[in-house]
Design a protein around this ligand. Sequence first.
Ligand code: AMP
Ligand code: GLY
Length: 440
Amino acid sequence: MRVLVIGGGAREHAICRAVVESGAQLYAFMKNSNPGIKRIASHYYLHDEKDAEKVVEYALENKIDMVVIGPEAPEGAGVANALEEKGIKVASPTKEAAEIETNKEFMRNLMKKHRIPGSVKCEAFSDVAEAMEFVEEMDGMVAIKPIGLTGGKGVRVYGDHFRTLAEAEDYIKEIIERGIGGEHRVLIEEKLMGEEFTLQAFCDGLTIIPMPAVQDHKRLLPGDEGPNTGGMGSYSHRSGILPFMTPNDYEEAATILQKIVEALKRERRDYRGVIYGQFMLTGDGVKVIEINARFGDPEAMNVLPLLKTNFVEICMAMVEGKLSSMKIGFERKSTVCKYVVPRGYGVNPVAGAKIKVDEEAIKKEGGLLFYASVNEENGSIYTTTSRSLAVVGIADEIEVAEEICERCLRHVEGDVFIRHDIGKRELIEKRIANMEQLRV
Ligand code: AMP
Ligand code: GLY
């Protein structure tokens, strides 16, 4: 079987690895020259991933049996639609189904309309004064978001990124006037307080099979300071839930995902592929922060290496609506993933810097290496403005997985930055204490 993976980040490197381990022949279509993907692919093509016509041409030329789309941008550009029109199977959602991610207003309205639990107080505006009225009604305790895609970097939250009404107004104005995220419109949500977690699930249009929960770290700096990023690293626990969660919280999140998928079906936007829920565990239960139409990055790297079931068979079951007859298993291990990013990432990143990676040494330490937005030229690896590579440690305990990850990171040299506190006991204990306080 020939499987084409679209995208050249670390998430896609993890997907590609799962495809190869499933015994399929891997083809890759990506905008950057990812050394990890290049090495395991039977063939690859470097091009803009949003160019649906080119993707279809490449898939037909190479007699591709099934396509998996990693990032949201090609989904939003209708790449799945174009492939399906030519009869090619795609284990990722159409443009219409992917609106659950690409249009935050659509997501919130869908949840309201279908009375799905986990909804938050929110409203969208095209007018600055009207938006400010709502902000004042909420006492300024809000999150301000562009409607469309911003790579996880467009959200500003009261207390974290702004403090005064004037600052809120400035950002609302900027979003509406400049059309950040593709629309001259802004979404204002109540500010949620608690601990965030990710739940990803395989979905075939109706049935969902959830994976182990993961916690990502969006903020750039240790102790959850600094601007939001695409994600600096993540961890998971062998129990399938996180140290600050109960099994009931996990079930609540899974039920929300299930209801969203059912609502999409009712709206004739059948959802096939991996669906991703970003949740806030609050004192008042589980709330939805965002829904994504794909694997998370970094979260894919926490779950895919633990998958015991053949990944390509799961993808086929998602396409054919046969998930309910599948048994999907994950190894009961803990994982810690840390990203290596170029110095200045999130503010003013240095692109084109050379990094040296001792792959053999990382392998010896027992870690997994996933390349992200780097370019390989003449045998050397160069940074771009995005995240460079990720290392994953796997063990029974989070603490041990974290140590493995750190030992591996010593074998990466260059002008880079890493959030070393991810997966460390101190930070996890802080999260447990925070949740204990909020639950009373
Ligand atoms: P998003 O791009 O929607 O995932 O938002 C990025 C980050 O902003 C999230 O991971 C949260 O940390 C934060 N965030 C988003 N919405 C809210 C909200 N309503 N309340 C509090 N924090 C939020
Ligand atoms: N880890 C955040 C995301 O993939 O959107």
